[in-house]
Structures are given as structure tokens and as C-alpha cells.
Design a protein around this ligand. Structure first.
Ligand code: CTP
Length: 408
């Protein structure tokens, strides 16, 4: 997708940039690595060369028999530069525009967007010199990916720990997908439902399910990274919210139905990931039920509306619908295939809730993507984010074939 220049500087977190490199490559980016001399004391060039499939740039001057300007050649044709981890020393040099290393000269020779992910000891991070240097970089248009707080390599607790590799890649892809930027879903609106609805029994109790919202969150992240405008209708999700996604809270099946009816007309793609209750208590008791009133309690349940089927019946030409089928046991795949036809959706994502590592709560999932058409893809266990990428790969082709959604 994009050509990225990854600058690695000296710090214990240098090994984490191997993870960043791997995620970038999984997302289809072409990564070229430049390392400072100090970085090579922490991780060898061989690891970065093997993973990137390219020679790693280390020296300011190329082999003497090579013509041209080495630092300009390295920076040429790259879409974005990411410096990760960025040490206090490198940040100071970049802020001053010093070009005494290949990385430093690439930086001032590079006209595209630059992101810097610092990692250092808390005292160094908080030092006024460091903060002034960061401020200077921001003024120069550099985006700083703030470090996380936590236990640092030196045993101290505080800010300075390199941000999570996936968050760093998200920041890179957000930047690539920024207005005027690229992305296969740029200009498209994606609506995602996530979490699990809770149907009240009384003021404090409910009928609910184990859905955490992670799968829906992963689809929202992946769609944003592909340049889409994303709205998430969330049912009871306790996960971090991102500033560039719009969230609509919908704690019950009825609230989710209302929110989806309002949001769906403007969407080009709907991913109905939420675990919507199929039944809800007929009556919600006033206040809190008192257990001294009876030895047994029967709660009568009634069916909720099938939101996905309702939206599918209202779809306008060009809208793409993805449903989920959390099934249990060996007949599940057939039921999921049938669900796709019955609900009138383009793609159904099947997972078997009986299998360890699939479906609820955890970071991973094991899915089969059914559709579009006769296509069917059974995937091995992978992170929910990777599942999200594969689901969007399947649905995106259909979105590409349709005219862009009309603004509400
Ligand atoms: N769904 C929905 N509204 C409901 C129930 C489910 O929109 N009231 C959506 C889910 O978000 C999911 C898909 O329908 O995308 C499949 O949900 P699931 O509960 O597995 O299927 P059901 O329709 O309940 O089918 P069945 O119970 O017959 O297996």
C-alpha cells in the first residue's frame, strides 16, 4: 500500500520496532529501515533486513563506487517516515536539524509526513529540554506518538514506555488516510455495531451476553486505517474510544434498532458485529426486585426485532451488509450459510463459540468468511484485527463496485 521509511534509534525499545515492522508488512506496506549506530547496539541489522527483505541503511556514505546522494536516494519515493523508537538524543538532533547520521539527513531531506514515537526514561521524558525539543518538532509538522505510562526497563513507573506497536501502526495509517491521503475506503462511510445488548429485568439486573466489543472495535480500526469515515453503534463496550470515530451509545436491542435505522441510510458498508439479544423481558420491574417477596422468580421473555434482517430489507442499491453468526458446534457452518441467505446479507462471518480461542472476550478469533457469492474462506486462529482486515478485504470489493453513499 504505502512505502514507509522506518528509522530505528538506540534504546531498549528498539526490539519492539520489529513488531511495528511486521504489522506494517502484514498490512501490505513496503518498509525500508534505517538504523543509527546506537540502535545497532540493541538489535542487529540482520533482523530488520530479514523481516523487511531489504538492505538496512546505516552509513551516511554509501559504497564509494556508488554514484549519487545516498540519503536522498533512501528517502526518495517514500510516502511516510516513522522514527520508532526515537531516543532523547535523536529527538534533540532532529529538532536542531542536525544531519550527522543517515537517519538525521534522511529526516531533513524528506518532504513527506513524519511520525516520531519516543521511548525513554521518565526523567528524560519530563525534562524541559526534551519537552521543548518535542514542541519544536511539532511546530515543524512532525506528529508525536506519545509514549505510554507504565513500568519502564529501569524499574521506574511513569511515562516514557514506547506506545503499543498496533497503536503506532494505527497512527501511521491514520496519517496515510488523512484528507487528501490514500486508502481503499477513502470517501466511504462504514457503520459498525459492537458489544452486547443488555435487556433490563429491573433497575439493576439485566439479561446480557459475554460480548466485549473487541471484534467490532477491530473492524472500526481497520476501516479507519483504510480511510473510511466510521460510526460505531456501541452496546455496553468498555474499551478505549478514538477521537476520529463517531460513537452512538445503544445499550439495549431497541436502542440499537433505533440507532441503526438512523445511521444506516448514509452507510456504504454495515458490519453488524454486535451480539443483539434475541429475547428481552416483557416487563421491566419498577425499582429493584425484592427476593423476600418470593422463593422463585419467572421472567417472561419476548422476541426482539431482527435488526440485520430489517436493515437488509431496507437497503438501497450499492449498500454492502456483513453479518455475524456465533454458532455452537459442528452444524454451525450450515446454519451460518443459511443465515446469509435468510437475512439477505452479502457476507456472513461464522465463528464457533464452542472452540477455545474463538469468539467472545479474547484477543483472537477463528472465523470462516462466507460470501460474497459462493466464496468461502476458513481462516486459522488470528488476532481480531487481522480477522477484521480479512473481512474488509472480502467486503471492500463490493463497496468498490458501488457508488459512494449519499450524505444524510
Ligand atoms: N442480529 C440482529 N438482531 C437481532 C439478533 C441478531 O441484527 N435481534 C444480528 C447479529 O448482529 C448478527 C446476526 O444478526 O450479525 C446473527 O445473529 P445470531 O444471533 O447469530 O443469529 P439469529 O438471527 O439470532 O439466528 P438464530 O438464532 O436463528 O441462529
Amino acid at each position: 500500500m504505502a512505502g514507509i521509511l522506518l528509522g530505528v534509534t538506540g534504546g531498549i525499545a528498539a526490539y519492539k520496532s520489529l513488531d511495528v515492522l511486521r504489522i506494517l508488512q502484514r498490512h501490505g506496506h513496503d518498509v525500508m529501515v534505517v538504523m543509527t549506530t546506537a540502535a545497532q547496539r540493541f538489535v542487529g541489522t540482520a533482523s530488520f533486513a530479514a523481516l523487511s527483505g531489504r538492505e538496512v541503511g546505516t552509513a551516511l556514505f554509501g559504497a564509494s563506487e556508488q554514484p549519487g546522494y545516498h540519503h536522498l536516494d533512501v528517502a526518495r519515493d517514500r510516502d511516510l517516515m516513522l522514527i520508532c523508537p526515537a531516543s532523547a538524543n535523536t529527538i534533540a538532533k532532529l529538532a536542531a536539524g542536525m544531519a550527522d547520521s543517515l537517519l538525521g539527513s534522511c529526516y531533513i531531506a524528506f518532504a513527506g509526513p513524519v511520525l516520531v514515537a519516543p521511548a525513554m526514561n521518565t526523567q528524560m521524558w519530563l525534562h524541559p529540554a526534551q519537552q521543548e525539543n518535542l514542541e519544536r518538532l511539532r511546530r515543524h509538522g512532525v506528529e508525536i506518538i506519545d509514549p505510554a505510562s507504565g513500568l519502564l526497563a529501569d524499574g521506574a513507573v511513569g511515562p516514557g514506555r514506547l506506545a503499543d506497536p498496533q497503536d503506532i501502526v494505527d497512527a501511521v495509517e491514520r496519517r496515510l488516510a488523512a484528507p487528501g491521503g490514500e486508502g481503499p475506503l477513502a470517501g466511504r462511510r462504514v457503520l459498525v455495531t459492537a458489544g452486547g445488548t443488555r435487556e433490563p429485568i429491573d433497575a439493576v439486573r439485566y439479561v446480557g451476553n459475554r460480548s466485549s466489543g473487541r471484534m467490532g472495535w477491530a473492524i472500526a480500526d481497520a476501516a479507519r486505517a483504510r480511510g473510511a469515515e466510521v460510526t460505531v453503534v456501541a452496546a455496553n463496550v468498555d474499551l478505549p474510544r478514538r477521537p476520529d470515530v463517531r460513537y452512538v451509545e445503544a445499550p439495549t436491542a431497541a436502542a440499537m434498532h433505533r440507532a441503526c435505522l438512523a445511521e444506516f441510510p448514509a452507510a456504504d458498508l454495515l458490519a453488524m458485529v454486535a451480539a443483539v439479544a434475541d429475547y428481552r423481558p416483557v416487563r421491566r420491574a419498577e425499582g429493584k426486585l425484592d427476593k423476600s417477596a418470593a422463593d422463585a422468580l419467572a421472567v417472561q421473555l419476548e422476541r426482539t426485532d431482527d435488526i440485520l434482517a430489517d436493515l437488509a430489507a431496507r437497503r438501497r442499491p450499492g449498500q454492502v451488509l456483513v453479518g455475524f453468526a456465533a454458532e455452537h458446534g459442528p452444524q454451525g457452518l450450515d446454519r451460518a450459510r443459511d443465515k446469509r441467505r435468510r437475512k439477505g446479507v452479502d457476507v456472513v462471518v461464522h465463528n464457533d463459540a464452542a472452540v477455545e480461542g474463538a469468539a467472545f472476550e479474547g484477543p483472537d478469533n477463528i472465523i470462516t468468511i462466507i460470501g460474497p457469492g459462493d466464496a468461502e474462506e476458513a481462516l486459522p486462529r488470528m488476532t481480531k484485527r487481522d480477522c477484521a482486515e480479512r473481512i474488509l478485504d472480502a467486503a471492500q470489493a463490493l463497496v468498490g463496485a458501488a457508488p459512494a453513499g449519499s450524505a444524510p
